[in-house]
Design a protein. Structure first.
Length: 194
């Protein structure tokens, strides 16, 4: 647990307020290329200059993303979006609907997302993604962590024939003045893809 909290310290102290404005679920039309339905999950924030730096779980606030039926996992993909090679997506159409997690970007191009103490083996076998002491994250200087005009940041894509549910914790930062920012976090956020 100490290692995980050391990671959080990289993102500075937590501010007293949150810029979190909800979870947005968007269905992607997979045109029946793969079984089930495909959803993208976004963190919504309050302004374009808000950043998301980590999606995490720890003992008191577990991260869990589950489905009542197995997640679709392409043999050509991986558990994180930075393992989705853009060229291969064009050659293997099912890869476009692989299940993965990320912050901001949907494939490997300039994607700096990383993971800390998360075991992805079960998830890659179609089962739940869970951790009580880990995160996927980007450092705050990465462009992909910024919300931009849409005020949303992609955190994952999930394909399944079942009902997908999740509970996550997030950390980010917001610009409060030129060259000044504060860190925020929100715990126990639940969502259902339907």
């Amino acid at each position: 647990m100490k290692k995980f909290f050391a990671l959080l310290l990289l993102f500075a102290g937590v501010g007293a307020y949150a810029q979190f404005d909800g979870i947005l679920i968007e269905e992607v039309d997979n045109k029946g290329v793969v079984p089930g339905r495909t959803f993208r999950v976004y963190v919504k924030v309050k302004n374009p200059f808000d950043y998301l730096t980590a999606v995490y779980g720890f003992k008191e606030n577990k991260l869990s993303i589950r489905s009542t039926k197995p997640f679709f996992q392409s043999a050509y993909g991986g558990p994180m979006a930075n393992s989705i090679v853009r060229k291969t997506v064009n050659e293997k159409p099912e890869l476009r609907f692989d299940s993965w997690v990320t912050i901001g970007y949907q494939d490997n191009y300039n994607n700096a997302v990383n993971a800390f103490l998360i075991e992805f083996e079960d998830f890659e076998n179609g089962n739940a993604l869970e951790t009580t002491d880990g995160a996927w994250y980007v450092t705050p200087d990465q462009k992909q962590s910024k919300a931009g005009e849409g005020k949303k940041i992609l955190i994952g894509q999930f394909t399944s024939e079942g009902t997908i549910t999740g509970t996550i914790n997030i950390q980010g930062r917001t610009v409060t003045a030129p060259d000044t920012w504060e860190t925020w976090e929100v715990k126990d956020i639940s969502f259902t893809c339907k």
